[in-house]
Design a protein around this ligand. Structure first.
Ligand code: ADP
Ligand code: ZN
Length: 219
């Protein structure tokens, strides 16, 4: 069982790479962003607390996020190995994750930082959308479905755009990333777990590099 964290700014491609790794290696993707959006859509207690915060590009409280991750890690499918996507995002969350993993007799094998300059983030995020059926990611300029309006992957014709993907909110999310999440690169390089991948290139090249890191660290 191999567990890894994908770190990187919004728009670095964490979700895309997590999905590819999930397919190639059978891992489970644990995206706190997805879980929170689900909670918002369902209108749960946590979802109600998270809705405005997310729309503003700020961080949902550590308490809520850690509880969500704890619940998710109690489901048996995580035994296949987990890709943490968008979590941890603060040093407090990183410390909490260490405790959770210890409790559940799991361990962290590597932390991969997907590096993208700020200048690329806004351009990547504005224009992105996903399939409402399978979650496949698309972009108005960089990746359109082969048949317009139809998902390549599953044939769905409905697509979604995130409410926090407008330019103003993206720049807020970037600020939050630099203030709260960047320090985690030090946290994990001190533990000897951090690997950096230049995430500006071709999706398949990045994916191949990630697979390589996975193969080197898996057990
Ligand atoms: P991105 O990485 O593209 O910014 P995510 O889907 O990971 O997008 O997160 C969207 C929003 O959900 C964040 O801006 C934040 O409000 C909230 N969120 C997701 N994960 C966390 C987390 N680990 N801690 C706090 N807030 C989170
Ligand atoms: Zn689809």
């Amino acid at each position: 069982m191999t567990n890894l964290i994908l770190l990187g700014p919004p728009g670095a491609g964490k979700g895309t790479q997590a999905r590819m790794l999930m397919e190639s290696k059978g891992l489970i993707q644990l995206s706190t962003g997805d879980l929170l959006r689900e909670a918002v859509a369902k209108g749960t207690q946590a979802g109600k607390a998270a809705k405005q915060v997310m729309a503003a590009g700020d961080l949902v409280s550590d308490e809520i996020v850690i509880a969500i991750v704890n619940d998710r890690l109690d489901q048996p499918d995580v035994a296949a190995g987990v890709i943490f996507d968008g979590f941890p995002r603060t040093v407090i969350q990183a410390e909490a994750l260490d405790d959770l993993l210890k409790d559940k007799e799991m361990k962290l094998d590597s932390v991969v930082l997907l590096e993208v300059p700020d200048s690329a983030v806004i351009e990547r995020i504005s224009g992105r959308y996903t399939c409402a059926g399978c979650g496949e990611g698309y972009h108005d300029l960089h990746k359109v479905p082969a048949k317009p309006g139809v998902c390549d992957n599953c044939g769905e014709t409905k697509f979604k755009r995130r409410v926090d993907d407008d330019a103003a909110t993206v720049s807020e999310r970037l600020k939050t990333y630099h203030a709260e999440t960047s320090p985690l690169t030090v946290y994990y390089s001190d533990k000897g777990l951090l690997k950096r991948i230049n995430a500006m290139g071709d999706i398949d090249i990045i994916s191949a590099q990630l697979n390589e890191v996975f193969d080197r660290t898996s057990n």
